[in-house]
Every structure is written in structure tokens, then in C-alpha cells.
Write a protein that binds this ligand. Sequence first.
Ligand code: PTJ
Length: 266
Amino acid sequence: MNNNDDQNHTLPKDHPRYLSLRYRHKIIEGMKNLIVAEAGLIAHGRGECFDYILGEKTNLAAKKAIKAAVALLLLAKHPIISVNGNVAALCPNELVELSNKLNVPLELNLFYRKEGRIEAIKNMLESAGAKNLLGIDETSMVQIEELSSNRRNVDPKGIKIADVVFVPLEDGDRSEALKKTGKKVIAVDLNPISRTSIWADITIVDNIVRVLPEMITILDDLKNLKEDQLLEILNNFNNKKNIQNVLDLIKDYIDAQKEEAFKILP
Ligand code: PTJ
């Protein structure tokens, strides 16, 4: 009898949706290995939908947000990169490379707790070369009172004392809660009008699989800048305006598709 484990994930490289399918299968494999929560599949699907109407490429607004985000991470005193199951499954190597190059720890902070998940994600990231992993020892966790979800349990050496929290894709209430504790939030979310996107100080509306490599490249450009030059980048960045530009871009993209989409027909 067939079950979910019998699916054949061999992907022909010339498939027109090859990349999209490859990432979809990483999420499915991640779920089988406990890295991704069941709801992570649905979250990924929602992301794919937004990615489609953004043209599946990094837009100018995202590039500006990425530059501001890297500047803020370089200026921060106690920055932290928060990790959930989807990000660990989609791009563990890039996550670790960014963490190591910035010398910023990765903290596991999961919405869905399930036995074995922390261990599975830890193993995945350590195989990718992670040196500085927090959020592993559940007995030493402290709480962020402003948050009601599982994410309230944080590492006393990480999110708890952080001044800047980099939050790749996730559910909605955390940017708001983190901001109420005086922290700055950098979010990556393909949905430009999610609560996460609206509350964040810097919102990168793009796919995490493209964002992390771009951040690594930009980091090489910015790492030798002086503090006042980094501050200038931040001062020139307006998050609300940037998100509004993304919304305009979606409108323009959909308008263009009224003709473009049909060009694949003979
Ligand atoms: O691993 P856990 O337990 O911490 O759970 C992680 C998920 C993602 C399941 C949890 O945070 C969740 O349920 O998130 P939501 O509320 O579904 O929100 C996910 C957001 O990420 C949505 O706004 C999606 O559009 C967006 N998104 C999904 N995939 C990507 C993405 N944004 C950027 N890149 C993606 N690849």
C-alpha cells in the first residue's frame, strides 16, 4: 500500500518549475525529519504564492532593505539570528555562513514544540558548520513576558539580551512583542502586509532562499565601512515607504501579466 514515504522526489532539471519544486521537496523532507513543523508546509505554500506575484526575483525594495539590515546587524551590540524549522530546512548552509561571517549566534526559537525537533535542527545546522548555537538547552530558557506563544521561551544569552533580532519568515505576533521590549526587528517575509512585515523595523519582502546569499554578498561590501557610513545607510531607509513600493510592484507585475502570462502559448 502507498504511504507518504513512497513519493518519488526525482526532479528533472529541465522542468520549468525546477527550483520551486526543489525547495518544496526540501520542506517535505524537512518535515519527515522533524525539522519542519506540519504547518511549515502550509506556510511555505503561502510564501510561494506571494513569490509568484513578485516575479520570483529579488526586487529593488528588497535590495534596499537587505542593505539596511546588514548595516543594522553590523552596528548592533548584541545581534541574534532567530531560526525556525523552515529556514533550517531551506538554507542551512547560507544561514551558518551568515552567522559565522557576522559573528552573530543562531538561536533556535520554535513555534511548534515537538519532541526531537530541536535535536534535528541542531544536527542539521551543526553539519552545516554552525559554531555558535543557542536555544538548545530548554532547561536554561527564560521568558519574554510580552509573548504568549512557545516563542516566549528564549535563551538568556541570545534573544533575551539582544538589541537587534533577525527574524526570518514566521508567524505574526513576535515583531510586535519584541519591539515592545525595546528591540529592533529585521524580518524576512514574502507577505508585505503580514503583521510581522508591518511591525518590523526593516522588512525584507523576498524569498529567504534568495535573501541570505544576497546578505552575504552585501556584508562583504559593508563590513569595512565606518559607523557613521553605516548609520547613513540606516537613516536613508524608510520601511513604510519601502513596503509601499513593494505593493506597487505587485500591482505593476499583475498588470503586466495580463499580457505576459499568455506569451507561453503557441
Ligand atoms: O518551525 P516553527 O515551529 O518555528 O514554525 C515555523 C512556521 C513558519 C510554521 C510558523 O512560524 C508559521 O506558522 O508561520 P506563518 O504564520 O505561516 O507565517 C509564515 C510567513 O512566512 C508567511 O507570511 C509566508 O508568506 C512567509 N514565507 C513562507 N515561505 C517563505 C516566506 N517568506 C520568505 N521566504 C520564504 N521561503
